[in-house]
Design a protein around this ligand. Structure first.
Ligand SMILES: C[C@H](CCC(=O)NCCS(=O)(=O)O)[C@H]1CC[C@H]2[C@@H]3[C@H](O)C[C@@H]4C[C@H](O)CC[C@]4(C)[C@H]3C[C@H](O)[C@]12C
Length: 315
């Protein structure tokens, strides 16, 4: 399972991040794609005139950075999360369209747009392609895209591309975004206030501490439960000032939905766990990441790399 969140600091700078939950690593690292990199996309040269510098977590395949999540120097970020059973892509490119291999989609978005509005507009001409090619392993994802103003969820299904404005700024996995938003209505009774004393019959009941009003928020790690829990946390967390407090917010909010060894097995019998948590703060133009084995948060400021280089940089 995976979880993505977005929020802003007290000055309106975006913070965006995700948990990557899985049973094994693909050898992913922080990768910087400098402005001068010339992308050899599967379906032609689809980058526009100005290519933005991009940083994120991914793997290099065939000379291309395949990002799991990434952000650009303008403060636009994107993350791919599993969506099997619902995601459905074209198996071949279509004439007259911008054809994008699904694995290259995060790079294309981050290279070419400054805002969610711009990216959303461009999607009208996009065909997402997952060819039947053993050399190109498939992944069935939906994507979460955010900037300083808002976030959207992109779900390409058999009946077309669905783009949702995301009012709670979170995403998990299956089922569809619409379903998750409808499900939130099950939890509208909960809140963060200290529970007031009540009387049942002749019995006085008083809260034994904080947290009683939150009863009902599910504690398990299934996708619908994580969606409800992280939507609650993300929308109730007070706005923060500065790097330390906002990165703490990012990692604690994602920590509230992390998967711990032993909690849940995947279909292959292995335990799923939060292999890494990563994210971007637009104010510092930096990526942040920690892993299951090494929870110390490392910082990767874009300014530390040669952004005018032509080669992918492994941070
Ligand atoms: C497995 C990852 C998603 C994790 C997740 O959402 N888990 C949910 C578990 S569950 O189903 O809901 O149980 C996804 C996110 C990004 C994906 C990777 C990226 O898309 C980059 C390439 C793309 C290639 O097509 C496949 C390999 C790959 C390297 C992908 C492997 C895998 O599908 C990743 C790593």
């Amino acid at each position: 399972m995976c979880t993505g969140i977005r929020f802003t600091d007290d000055e309106g700078n975006m913070v965006f991040g995700r948990n990557l939950d899985w049973s094994f690593s693909y050898g992913e690292t922080v990768l910087v794609t400098p402005r001068g990199f010339s992308g050899d996309y599967a379906y032609g040269d689809i980058d526009g005139e100005r290519s933005r510098a991009v940083i994120g977590v991914g793997v290099e395949m065939g000379g291309m950075p395949m990002y799991f999540d990434c952000a650009n120097e303008s403060g636009l970020a994107i993350a791919g999360l599993n969506f099997p059973g619902y995601a459905s892509f074209a198996s071949e490119p279509e004439d007259g369209r911008i054809n994008i291999l699904t694995g290259e989609f995060p790079l294309w978005v981050a290279r070419n747009f400054d805002t969610v509005d711009e990216a959303e507009k461009a999607l009208a001409n996009v065909t997402l392609v997952a060819p039947d090619d053993p050399k190109r392993p498939k992944s069935f994802l939906h994507w979460f895209v955010g900037d300083a103003t808002r976030s959207i969820v992109i779900e390409q299904m058999a009946d077309g591309m669905h783009i949702h404005h995301d009012n709670v700024d979170v995403l998990t996995n299956q089922p569809t975004f619409d379903w998750h938003m409808e499900n939130l209505r099950n939890y509208m009774n909960v809140g963060s206030d200290m529970a007031e004393p009540v009387t049942w019959g002749e019995q006085q009941l008083t809260a034994w501490g904080a947290g009683v009003s939150m009863h009902g928020i599910p504690g398990d790690v299934s996708s619908p439960s994580r969606f409800a829990r992280v939507a609650y946390t993300n929308t109730h967390y007070p706005v923060q000032n500065g790097e330390t407090a906002n990165i703490a917010r990012l990692f604690h909010t994602l920590g509230s939905v992390q998967m711990v060894e032993g909690m849940a097995r995947m279909a292959d019998g292995k335990y799923e766990r939060t292999l890494f948590t990563s994210g971007y703060y637009a104010k510092t133009n930096a990526y942040y990441m920690n892993t299951y084995e090494d929870p110390a948060i490392r910082t990767y400021p874009l300014a530390d790399y040669d952004l005018d280089s032509t080669e992918i940089i492994k941070a």
